[in-house]
Design a protein around this ligand. Structure first.
Ligand code: SF4
Length: 115
């Protein structure tokens, strides 16, 4: 395994450890879909390498600092009301604690102009 891949894996583990502590008190957990979780964490490590911050892998950067800081993972505190309604975050990296099968979640359109 190359050093780069080892570093990515180790950073993914650190993010996982840190994120779990942040999202659990908010009523969320990591998706049980391990493949999706691994993919998204890897994308975040790549984004962190590029921008110095683990931005959301499924939201575009707008070069608007205030807006962009609201899509630093985990962005749940900024969008909690909406995520509570859809029981997951936009990317699906996190789901409500009571969600066992994320594939069964309804896809609801965002309300109030929030995306
Ligand atoms: S939508 Fe999910 S993966 Fe994206 S930043 Fe927010 S919490 Fe992280």
């Amino acid at each position: 395994m190359s050093q780069h891949i080892v570093n990515v894996e180790s950073r993914k583990k650190s993010l996982h450890y840190f994120y779990e502590k942040v999202v659990m008190p908010l009523g969320f957990k990591f998706t049980p879909d391990k493949e999706l979780m691994n993919f998204l964490l890897e994308q975040e490590v790549i984004l962190e390498g590029k921008h110095g911050i683990p931005f959301c892998p499924c939201q575009p950067l707008r070069n608007d600092r205030i807006r962009d800081m609201q899509i630093v993972c985990p962005c749940i505190p900024f969008h909690r009301k909406h995520f509570n309604e859809i029981k997951r975050c936009w990317c699906g990296l996190f789901v409500h604690k009571d969600v066992l099968d994320p594939d069964k979640l309804q896809q609801l359109p965002p309300k109030g102009g929030e995306q």
